[in-house]
Design a binder for this molecule. Structure first.
Ligand code: MN
Length: 331
């Protein structure tokens, strides 16, 4: 890895990253808000690695860890202690810590382990590889490079992170390095419940969520010869189907499951009557420009924006027309 300096942040390789970890005591491991499989997996894997070194640590997250990750969290109770040091995993920027106590939010981060190209170099030292599919893959390499043996627990954590950040090996980031890491994990621990994990992480949904998906699809609107699809989620349905915010994660992907759709949109009505809009792009579309048009932003294939007012019908029509217009220019 190339070593460079940027804003007082030093990029370091795996040997030095381990040296830093070894030098720490009483560590808070910070992960990002709305935690996903990769930050949870890398956070807990690091907890196990530090414990093997005799270093006390705990994983800190602003939001609760979703129940689907119980295989990772089960049986672990963190000790209460005053932190002497902070590290972060899978967190591209400080503001992604979310609503943590101020001490954590403003803490000096001794080491950040991350794979986001957008990392803002907020830590003192950064062990970083934007080509890696997951922070868990970087942690796996760090262990391999330094001869730290995998354990059943770290294997489970790292597998979860790599599997979730690659969408169960569907996305283009699932490259040879990601497959090699998982192959080594599976070869060493063939009896971990990978199939059950995949089912829990990628297939199972609550009854309410599945009923919501059906309802959303029943009312889906298509335009531009079926290349733009929009689903609208009235807030009343959330209450009717007893859905939590966590349960509606990923609904933006629903319209994208329709063959031929290039722009998928979900418009979610908020309790205050405003709207939160998420967009997904297919092979050709760049949805970031559509989101920017409405004052939002994001990535080429995943963006979002908010709209403050308007009747649902008018808002949806406006979104559909804008998306169709941008798509015409792009294709
Ligand atoms: Mn990640």
């Amino acid at each position: 890895m190339i070593q460079t300096e940027q804003g007082g942040c030093r990029e370091i390789g795996s040997a030095e990253a381990l040296q830093i970890l070894r030098s720490l005591r009483d560590v808070y491991i910070l992960i990002h808000r709305s935690p996903d499989g990769d930050c949870i997996g890398s956070g807990y894997a690091l907890y196990h690695i530090l414990r093997e070194m005799g270093i006390r640590s705990r994983v800190c997250c602003a939001d609760p860890i979703p129940a689907m990750f119980r295989d990772i969290t089960e049986g672990i109770t963190f000790a209460e202690f005053e932190p002497q040091a902070f590290v972060s995993v899978d967190v591209a920027d400080r503001n992604l810590f979310g609503d943590l106590p101020e001490r954590e939010r403003n803490a000096e981060i001794a080491l950040c382990i991350d794979h986001h190209i957008s990392n803002t170099h907020y830590a003192k030292c950064l062990h970083w590889n934007p080509d890696s599919a997951a922070a868990c893959e970087i942690l796996f390499r760090l262990m391999q490079d330094n001869g730290i043996p995998l354990t059943e627990q770290t294997a489970l954590c790292l597998y979860t992170g790599i599997a979730t950040d690659t969408g169960c090996f569907q996305f283009s980031n699932a490259d040879a390095a990601a497959f090699r890491a998982v192959a080594q994990i599976k070869a060493q621990f063939p009896h971990l419940p990978y199939a059950r994990l995949n089912r829990e992480l990628f297939v199972l949904k609550s009854e309410g969520r599945l009923r919501l998906d059906a309802r959303l699809m029943e009312h889906a609107r298509l335009s531009a010869d079926g290349r733009v699809a929009l689903v609208y989620l009235p807030y009343a349905w959330m209450e009717e189907l007893h859905l939590s915010a966590e349960e509606i994660e990923g609904t933006a992907n629903l319209p994208m499951q329709i063959i031929g759709v290039e722009v998928g949109i979900i418009c979610k009505q908020q309790p205050d009557g405003s709207y939160r809009i998420s967009m997904r792009g297919g092979e050709h579309a760049d949805v970031s420009v559509i989101a920017q048009h409405f004052g939002g932003g994001g990535h080429i294939k995943a963006s979002g924006c908010s709209l403050r007012e308007g009747e649902p019908e008018a808002v949806c029509t406006m979104l559909m027309e804008a998306a169709s217009g941008f798509l015409r220019e792009q294709l």
